[in-house]
Design a protein around this ligand. Structure first.
Ligand code: NAD
Length: 260
């Protein structure tokens, strides 16, 4: 379905990004993976994607807080593959803290990685997409791009920003066979959420089991974590030709959380 296409997936050495990279590679796309981790683990992932799916996969160590590295990642992909057809802005971090105690540097870092990096990547990838008259931009936002929770000021602000930026980009590129959409997952049990469970336990002075039952899954009516594979399947669908008319929207994949 995506044979001959090239995708960049930011923050794909772990969790949702890794799942999306696997999904896109499984559909035939060449993939640029990105993110932090042990070099041997990243190389295992890179080589594994190539051998499992018969695609070409390269790794970019670009730091999503550094605009010139983000632009360099896009330029590298265009040089290696001739195009960036699919851009998945997924890298993200979280910190749970009351706003009046929120560390300033951490707030800035969350906004930079979760929101501003999307701007830099889109800015760099869009000229090539326009030239080729085809493109897919998928921003991994969150249910927290649509609703709020206490103690997540930076994350909620950044993700609402991502949803707003998604709509703006969608309007700018609508006539050029390019789409820009946001995926808004509920809770997925990745390392990011494991850290949050621990943070929430601390902030609320509660045992971990109670945090999962009473805080994390309290918001999800279906009482289960979202699976990475479910998000990957949605990203693959949005990347296909049949998703051309889906533009500027935020697709919730949250078990009904934001239907409340
Ligand atoms: P994760 O911690 O498993 O993965 C985050 C990825 O981002 C890793 O590959 C990490 O190396 C990378 N990363 C972090 N800082 C980076 C930087 N400066 N430059 C480049 N890469 C960087 O987290 P996850 O749960 O898979 O989250 C992925 C995305 O999904 C995030 O945007 C997150 O906000 C969003 N999300 C997660 C959940 C959830 O419940 N896990 C729910 C909704 C949205």
């Amino acid at each position: 379905m995506l044979k001959g296409r090239t995708a960049i997936v930011t923050g794909s050495t772990s969790g949702i990004g890794l799942g999306i990279a696997r999904g896109l590679a499984g559909a035939g796309a060449n993939v640029v993976i990105n993110g932090f981790g042990k070099p041997e683990d990243i190389e295992k992932e890179r080589a594994g994607l190539e051998s499992e799916f018969g695609v070409t996969c390269v790794y970019s160590p670009a730091d999503m807080t550094k605009p010139e590295e983000i632009a360099g990642m896009v330029a590298m992909a265009e040089e290696k593959f001739g195009a960036v057809d699919i851009l998945v802005n997924n890298a993200g971090i979280q910190l749970v803290s009351p706003i009046d105690e929120f560390p300033i540097a951490k707030f800035d870092q969350i906004v930079a990685i979760n929101m501003v990096s999307n701007f830099h990547a889109i800015r760099a990838a869009l000229p090539g997409m326009k030239k080729r008259n085809w493109g897919r931009i998928i921003n991994v936002a969150s249910a927290h791009g649509l609703v709020a929770s206490p103690f997540k000021s930076a994350y909620v602000a950044a993700k609402h920003g991502v949803v707003g930026m998604t709509k703006t980009v969608a309007l700018e590129i609508a006539e050029q066979h390019i789409t820009c959409n946001a995926i808004c997952p509920g809770f997925v049990r990745t390392p990011l959420v494991e850290a949050q469970i621990a943070d929430q336990a601390k902030v609320n002075n509660m045992p971990v089991e109670n945090v999962i039952r009473d805080i994390i899954l309290a918001s999800q009516p279906n009482k289960r974590f979202v699976e990475v594979s479910e998000i990957a399947a949605l990203a693959v669908f949005l990347s296909g030709d049949h998703a051309l008319s889906i533009n500027g929207t935020s697709i919730s994949i949250d078990g009904g959380w934001t239907a409340r």
